[in-house]
Design a protein around this ligand. Structure first.
Ligand SMILES: [Zn+2]
Ligand SMILES: [Zn+2]
Length: 349
């Protein structure tokens, strides 16, 4: 569930994004293009990185006809005359990996991504209905989710596959800590969890830019969700750890090239803002649980004041759950089952 903050002190060296089918050079040998998305967040950024005799591509857009048309326009327009050398995918969300299978086959290029992104995507394609199983439905229901939202969240595998073309049968694994050389430049591979497991980011020390994918975006707080398959998971704790790791390993002066919205400077400030945003949400939950124990469903309207449709509700619910699980891990809250069978959390002490 994106949330927005406008009062930050970030700077935006490129006021306007490239038009559809166009590119802007945002760093030496790095082109920025945009692909439309049919969602409220209506675009994803992709990047083309100089790779000696061609371009390496970072991320793809979703696997639909509009995206294919934009790719055709890019390949026959600003990218014509140089080959595409390889495809790097930051994480397995459909706006980033959706067209990977199609692009790799069409251009006869290898796919480079994290093992979790590759296997996560393949796993959904093998069993798209798996999340509809009774233990998963019960998990959401006992935390107070409405039947509408349960239907939505447990059928997400099917929605996902409509946006993703089948992956190539092999891939090249990238691991946090690797050095990836593109066009003679070394990139530090950074892996971060919380928004998606083992999401990859690339930092180029030579030219001081940072391909941040969805981990750090200027005005959106990336969705952090607990899913039924890992009911006690702590994605928020992992996300906060990743923000600390980024601040330690990437300098404050870097140019951030994110997966959505505009490139910006102010990486460390933005990491602090994002951590503060989650701390504020934890305080709201703490206040609410001082009054009485709550289910996750009862915490959702405390964090999200506007009306939510079933799609938004499933994300808001899972995001609220991430805060609850984090506060349980931090020993602020404890969880118990009430006489009505609902799971509630209350304050410790
Ligand atoms: Zn994402
Ligand atoms: Zn994204």
């Amino acid at each position: 569930m994106p949330s927005r903050s406008d009062e930050s002190c970030l700077s935006f060296p490129f006021a306007e994004p490239p038009g559809t089918g166009g590119v802007i050079e945002v760093a030496p040998g790095v082109l920025w293009a945009r692909i439309p998305l049919p969602f409220r967040l209506d675009h994803v950024n992709i990047y083309l990185i100089d790779d000696s005799d061609g371009w390496a591509v970072l991320d793809t857009g979703i696997g639909d006809d509009t995206t294919r048309e934009v790719w055709q326009a890019l390949l026959s327009g600003p990218l014509a005359g140089r080959r595409i050398t390889r495809l790097i995918v930051s994480h397995y969300h459909p706006d980033h990996i959706g067209l990977a299978g199609w692009l790799c086959q069409k251009l006869n290029i290898p796919l480079l991504t994290s093992q979790t992104s590759y296997l996560g995507c393949i796993n959904i394609s093998l069993r798209p209905g798996a999340l509809d199983a009774k233990p998963y439905r019960d998990f959401y229901a006992t935390h107070g989710m409405t039947p509408d939202a349960v239907d939505r969240v447990t059928s997400q595998g099917h929605h996902y596959l409509k946006m993703v073309t089948p992956l190539p049968p092999t891939f090249q694994r990238l691991v946090g800590g690797d050095t990836l050389t593109l066009g003679g430049r070394d990139f530090e591979v950074i892996s971060g969890d919380g928004h998606a497991p083992e999401q990859l980011m690339l930092y180029c020390p030579a030219d001081n830019f940072f391909l941040a994918a969805d981990q750090v975006i200027a005005k959106i707080s990336p969705n952090i969700s607990v899913w039924a398959v890992e009911p006690d998971g702590d994605p928020l704790g992992l996300y906060l750890r990743s923000l600390r790791c980024i601040r330690k390993n990437v300098p404050a002066s870097t140019l951030v090239l994110p997966g959505h919205q505009l490139p910006f400077r102010g990486l460390h400030e933005r990491c602090v803002e994002l951590a503060d945003h989650h701390a504020a949400r934890c305080r709201l939950i703490d206040d609410a649980c001082r009054e009485r124990p709550r289910t996750v469903a009862e915490i959702v309207p405390i964090l999200f004041s506007r009306a939510l449709d079933p799609h938004q509700m499933s994300f808001a619910f899972s995001e609220a759950h991430a805060h609850v699980n984090y506060m349980i891990r931090q020993k602020f809250l404890t969880q118990f089952v009430g006489r009505d069978g609902a799971v509630r959390v209350g304050r410790i002490g």
